[in-house]
Design a protein around this ligand. Structure first.
Ligand SMILES: Cc1cc2nc3c(=O)[nH]c(=O)nc-3n(C[C@H](O)[C@H](O)[C@H](O)COP(=O)(O)OP(=O)(O)OC[C@H]3O[C@@H](n4cnc5c(N)ncnc54)[C@H](O)[C@@H]3O)c2cc1C
Ligand code: FES
Length: 261
């Protein structure tokens, strides 16, 4: 994990709706793209709410070292993200990052399973892969399926599932994984998405013989390992069999077999 972190005043170069409640935010943070690793996140102070709410964490979606550009994909879900969606280009954001433990590089025969905006957290991983992975993207409906063309442009095979059947496979992305695995078995999986999806994956993976890593997306306070507001249970050798780990510092990416849901 990179230990180099920055707190910078970054100028927004793009903040635009991509579809429905989802926005793409680009800003210039010259030193960060060179050290940011797939699965890491930045902690953003929302302009206008500095004294009112804590920083908000967002996965690093994409970077461009040549221009210093860093991109996020965010969904408007509450006060902070609603306010962020109104911040104009040219405004300055206070950003801390890169934070957290990244994904391991993908071996050949890998599959990415992403739920909703979780596909932003796994994009750089696919971009840096030597062999493009298969990517399974799930959402409640078509409006929640993002980045399909962006992953295809990397050479990835992309399959989509929706809970309501409005696009692709009708059902959960975990059911799509089972179906696809029967035809085209994979040895390694990387995933980010809602906790129920990750819990199902953690149960499925040993049965399918797939190892891999899961990235947990859970509310945070300090974001740097100091407050223990973001803990999750991981297996250890103590008599109780588990200990608490901080998602912001020990994660957000964990080996799947380590997690206790
Ligand atoms: C490591 C990490 C990476 C993340 N990456 C992204 C990303 O790439 N894109 C993105 O859109 N969001 C991402 N999130 C979630 C994002 O941080 C929250 O959606 C955001 O903080 C909500 O702020 P708010 O003030 O708009 O909502 P609030 O007013 O704080 O909350 C509104 C609603 O959203 C729920 N909520 C708040 N935080 C989360 C969360 N972390 N997960 C699920 N539900 C939440 C609340 O329970 C509440 O129901 C990430 C979170 C973590 C921990
Ligand atoms: S948010 Fe403070 S320790 Fe993780």
């Amino acid at each position: 994990m990179s230990t180099q972190k920055f707190q910078v005043q970054a100028t927004i170069t793009r903040n635009a709706r991509i579809q429905g409640d989802y926005f793409r935010l680009d800003f210039v943070m010259p030193d960060l793209p060179a050290v940011a690793q797939p699965g890491q996140f930045v902690h953003v102070q929302i302009p206008g709410l500095e004294g009112h709410i804590l920083r908000r964490p967002f996965s690093i979606f994409d970077t461009d070292a040549a221009t210093g550009r860093l991109s996020l994909i965010y969904k408007v879900v509450g006060l902070g993200t609603e306010q962020l969606s109104h911040v104009p280009e040219g405004a300055v954001l206070d950003v801390v990052g890169p934070l957290g433990r990244p994904f391991s590089p993908l071996p050949a025969a890998s599959v990415i399973v992403a739920g909703g905006y979780g596909c932003a957290a796994t994009f750089l991983l696919a971009k840096q892969a030597t062999t493009p992975p298969t990517v399974l993207i799930g959402g409640r409906s078509q409006a929640d399926i993002l980045l399909v063309e962006e992953y295809r442009a990397l050479g990835c095979e992309v399959l989509v599932s929706t809970d309501d059947g409005s696009a692709g496979f009708h059902g959960r992305v975990t059911a799509l994984l089972e179906e696809n695995h029967a035809k085209s078995p994979k040895a390694w999986l990387a995933s980010c998405g809602p906790i129920p999806m990750l819990r199902t994956l953690a149960e499925l993976m040993p049965r399918l013989g797939i190892a891999g890593e899961l990235s947990l997306d859970q509310a945070m306070c300090c974001g740097v390992g100091a407050c223990f507001a973001c803990v999750t249970k991981v297996k250890d050798t103590s008599p109780q069999g588990w200990k608490y780990a901080r998602i912001c510092y020990d994660g957000p990416v964990f080996p799947a077999e380590q997690l206790v849901f």
